[in-house]
Design a binder for this molecule. Structure first.
Ligand SMILES: [Zn+2]
Ligand SMILES: [Zn+2]
Length: 318
């Protein structure tokens, strides 16, 4: 990159309020996308709640459209991954949570907290199923001493009034003149309030399945999507995974009830006629015998379009 080009990008970021784009360690030249472009970035692609490595962290995604950043799910690791994706935290305006499982919301409070400590001065809107207000109330309470101290001692605005919480249900979640976000109830027993989310961004459509068992209603919901980001499970590996877990029988019942087999993910993508299918939230998450090619081969049985095995910090032009 020439100095002039670098200066141009730096100035563009200063104008838009997003951070100066420093190519993160995980981005290679092929992954470079002009930071002013509309884009989808996978921040965390691991299925399941506990941390194994920084390379693959629990659920989180980023959409940047017209220089507005949307975060979808806030699993553990989301804050640092956003920084690596070149996002200035105080520029965040919208966060969406698909359901209240910890691998999707554990870092919501700390993300908001870091956004505040980085200089948040404008309201930030959080959209999540019922339970959000209670969750945030107790989070603020657990940090009351620090919040009150920093307001008094450092002259910061009150984070509790800067964060606007919205508890959504199925249907239109947010509609603005140039974009719309809508929710579809998916299948995630015993959790009732669990959703797939669709982002209509001008001509582009991005859909996130959330965590769900095979959900035929997702096909019409995701019809014609440019990107369907779908969770995925490889059935034959579940028995092996259970041998590594102490709570095996209960866990198997739980996993099978609210995740989608790879073959069925392909069926949804085919019925929806999506342009690109991105696999994420891999179950099991820790089986090194499951290669990218294996995931592609099994989904290919039911979907002939473009299949991407998602990686943290992989990004796609919108
Ligand atoms: Zn999950
Ligand atoms: Zn879940």
């Amino acid at each position: 990159m020439t100095n002039n080009r670098r200066d141009f990008i730096q100035k563009s970021f200063q104008l838009t309020g997003l951070a100066y784009f420093k190519v993160p360690f995980s981005f290679t030249k092929e992954h470079f996308i002009n930071p002013n472009s509309n884009r989808l970035v996978l921040l965390g692609t691991q299925g399941g709640p506990f941390i194994r490595s920084y390379k693959q962290t629990p659920s989180a995604n980023l959409v940047v459209y017209k220089n507005t950043a949307f975060v979808i799910d806030a699993g553990y690791g989301v804050t640092l991954k956003l920084r690596e994706a070149g996002i200035s935290l105080p520029s965040l305006k919208y966060i969406f949570i698909t359901h209240h499982h910890s691998d999707h919301n554990l870092e919501l409070g700390p993300l908001l907290y870091n956004t505040w400590l980085s200089g948040l001065s404008e309201p930030i809107h959080v959209y999540a199923p019922a339970g959000l207000k209670n969750l945030l109330h107790h989070y603020w309470e657990s940090n009351r001493f620090d919040i009150d101290t920093r307001i008094r001692d450092e002259g910061r605005p009150d984070i509790r009034s800067l964060v606007i919480s919205h508890e959504y249900s199925a249907g239109i979640v947010l509609a603005e003149s140039d974009f719309q976000v809508s929710a579809l109830s998916n299948i995630h027993p015993p959790i009732k309030d669990s959703f797939a989310l669709k982002f209509n961004l001008g001509e582009k459509i991005v859909v996130f399945s959330g965590d769900t068992a095979y959900c035929p209603a997702l096909a019409p919901f995701a019809s014609g999507a440019d990107y369907l980001v779908h969770e995925v499970m490889y059935g034959p590996a579940i028995e092996n995974m259970l041998k590594r877990r102490p709570n095996a029988s209960k866990l198997k019942e739980s996993i099978m009830s609210h995740h989608t087999l790879a073959e069925d993910v392909g069926k949804i993508a085919k019925q929806a006629n999506v342009k690109n299918l991105i696999l994420n939230h891999f179950v099991p998450p820790d089986d090194i015998t499951l290669t990218d090619q294996l995931w592609i081969d099994i989904v290919r049985k039911t979907f002939s379009g473009n299949i991407i095995v998602g990686k943290d910090l992989q990004q796609f032009l919108l």
